[in-house]
Design a protein around this ligand. Structure first.
Ligand SMILES: *Cc1c(COP(=O)(O)O)cnc(C)c1O
Length: 381
């Protein structure tokens, strides 16, 4: 052991992040059960599996039978290839930017081709090198982010060498408002996608369709097509924000209490003196702050739990520290409490996101790197 390796990582860490991999797998299976009979599902593991750890998450899903993984970047695809081996399908959502076609071929990564330029480069590469590799073509059906516009799609369809050398596995699009189930854009996007897919299939008869993310799965079978691309719901965020969450919780975050203060003279708490602590208030300061992903917008807004007692954030969140008003926690509990539950079943990813004025996605991907990460892998129920 080298002197820089912590002897007891859990003891050294300011906070413990527990990731329940069994719950991730259960969520993946639950989403699968919601899909139309012939629709298959992969798992989106971009951004380090939404901050929870690419390797443990991908391996857990792979052993549960997941064969298709989505990442955003080429380098994520290369890393994932070394984790899952050659017998899983890896789809890179951003495609080969900056002329990286040969890396896609070398690591057998399936590119999503988003623009006429990407299609052109990929088809030139495939023809020059005589490479027969599947790709996915993305069309923009209403989000104006990535994908061929209707006009660009039509132009390529009409040109005899428009998609020359391509072996399209699927036509893909992405919904802008899937979590708002009654939003009219959902159906508008679906109809446009349907039209483009049937045109595309005249040229490439066996092309699959893929339209839905986590929330899109809950829009019903009409939206599912051939394969789904769930991400956030796997990690426990509610894909149907207007309805109760049916996903299993995945994340528990517990920060260690560094100090408890019994306020003897009333006065402000934290930077900027934005919170006034009256005489008699009890304050607990924990070793986690915005550098650990506790967003600064939670200052004077967020909550946490000490053994069932809700404790509000007192004052601003510092870089490495956060103070809570723990006045309502009985002395006997405070005497023995060592941690505060920052995220868990009582205060969920969706709760903390709401209080921070953001979404669960941002809470997950902001989770810090100073936590001790503990992965639970009990037998699937
Ligand atoms: C991130 C992403 C997904 C997954 O979305 P969730 O809302 O996390 O389920 C699916 N498709 C595309 C194109 C994405 O970029």
């Amino acid at each position: 052991m080298t002197p820089t390796t912590p002897l007891r990582p859990q003891a050294h860490a300011s906070a413990i992040l527990t990731v329940d991999l069994t719950a991730v797998v259960q969520n993946w299976r639950a989403l699968k059960r919601k899909l139309a009979p012939n629709c298959d599902t992969g798992a989106v593991v971009k951004a380090d599996a939404y901050g929870l750890g690419l390797q443990p998450v991908a391996l857990a899903l792979k052993s549960a039978g997941c064969q298709t993984f989505y990442v955003a970047h080429l380098d994520e695809g290369i890393t994932l290839r070394s984790i899952v081996g050659m017998d899983a399908r890896i789809i890179v959502l951003h495609g080969p930017i900056f002329g990286t076609e040969q890396e896609f071929a070398a690591y057998e990564l399936i590119p999503v081709l988003n623009s006429p330029k990407q299609i052109n480069s990929w088809s030139t590469f495939a023809q020059t090198n005589n490479i027969a590799m599947e790709s996915i073509v993305q069309v923009d059906t209403g989000m104006k982010r990535l994908g061929l516009s209707e006009h660009e799609f039509e132009a390529l369809m009409e040109s005899p060498d428009g998609f020359l050398g391509l072996i399209p596995l699927a036509l893909m699009s992405h919904l802008a408002c899937a979590e708002a189930q009654s939003h009219p854009l959902n159906e508008m996007q679906r109809i446009l996608f349907e039209t483009m897919l049937s045109k595309f299939r005249k040229k490439f008869p066996n092309t699959k369709g893929t339209l839905v993310n986590s929330s899109g799965i809950f829009l019903g079978h009409d939206f599912h097509y051939d394969f789904a691309r769930p991400g956030v719901a796997l990690y426990g965020v509610n894909p149907t924000p207007q309805l109760p969450n049916t996903m299993n919780p995945v994340v528990r975050l517990q920060a260690k209490i560094l100090q408890i203060q019994h306020v003897k003279s009333a006065g402000p708490v934290g930077y900027g003196a934005t919170f006034q602590a009256p005489y008699g208030m009890k304050l607990a300061t924990v070793s986690a702050g915005y550098a650990d992903g506790l967003l600064r917008s939670l200052g004077n807004k967020g909550h946490a739990y000490i053994e069932g007692y809700s404790v509000p954030v007192a004052g601003r969140i510092s870089m490495d520290l956060t103070t809570f008003d723990v006045s309502n926690v009985p002395e006997s509990t405070l005497d023995t409490a060592t941690v505060i539950d920052l995220i868990g079943t009582q205060y969920t990813l969706d709760d903390i996101a709401r209080d921070a004025g953001t979404i669960g996605y941002e809470i997950l991907t902001a989770l810090g790197h100073r936590y001790h990460r503990h992965y639970l892998t009990t037998q699937a129920k």
